[in-house]
Ligand binder design. Structure first.
Ligand SMILES: *Cc1c(COP(=O)(O)O)cnc(C)c1O
Length: 223
């Protein structure tokens, strides 16, 4: 058995059934995706529009493609026809652009709001107060072609487990708070948090969707 199959089997043993595994295939070729596909994996994550579109073209059509990276408004149109879930919506402006393009193509698009939880300068995302303010002014009601299905966040890149756990706890608290407002309806059910290094902690803290790349496909090399 090849190592991708082996890795997927090992990870499957550690993920409870209510948690969705997004196999992050960025930088890896379609052949690697197919290895995972033959193992039964159908949910894949990419962080670049061009790469995701190229893989969508050549790979089986029952794959669910998740956009997990930073998305530019002018590239939204390329993924609206087929994307299953956009994890990294980090501004109201981007959400508005997605709504506009989804309306044009008459295809509602599932989104997660990316929330800034790490103590790092480089991460994209809303902050908590920003989302609560938008809820207060009912801003989301003007966007009929986006479904806000939940939240996404990335913990700090640190070995400090207590800090990581704390950041996930903050996201879970915000998730529960937003859910209780009823603003986004019953489809508000996805909490995307956890990567190769921290998905165990994330699941303990309430994650329903983990995005795992290197633990499945091996290390990435960027040229
Ligand atoms: C690359 C990436 C992942 C996967 O990271 P690994 O550490 O390889 O599991 C998860 N989420 C996002 C947003 C990513 O860009």
């Amino acid at each position: 058995m090849n190592f991708i199959s082996q890795n997927l089997r090992n990870i499957a043993l550690t993920i409870p059934p209510h948690v969705t595994l997004v196999a992050v295939s960025k930088t890896h070729p379609p052949e690697a995706v197919m290895e995972a596909y033959r193992e039964g994996q159908r949910v894949f994550g990419e962080n670049k529009v061009q790469e995701m579109c190229a893989k969508f073209e050549v790979l089986p059509k029952d794959i669910e493609w998740h956009m997990i990276g930073h998305l530019q408004s002018n590239k939204v149109k390329y993924i609206v026809p087929f994307v299953h879930l956009i994890h990294g919506v980090d501004s109201f402006k981007l959400l508005t652009a997605i709504n506009k393009e989804a309306a044009k193509q008459n295809r509602p698009v599932n989104c997660l709001l990316q929330v800034y939880i790490a103590q790092e300068e480089t991460k994209f995302g809303f902050d908590k107060e920003e989302i609560l303010d938008l809820v207060r002014i009912q801003a989301f009601e003007s966007l009929p072609f986006v479904r806000v299905n939940g939240l996404m966040g990335m913990a700090s890149n640190t070995r400090n487990e207590a800090q990581i756990r704390n950041e996930f706890k903050m996201l879970k608290t915000l998730f529960d708070e937003l859910k209780s407002t009823g603003t986004f309806g019953d489809s508000f059910s996805v909490l995307s948090m956890g990567m190769s290094g921290d998905y165990g902690i994330a699941i303990e803290e309430g994650s329903t969707m983990v995005r795992v790349g290197s633990s499945i496909f091996g290390a990435r090399s960027y040229n």
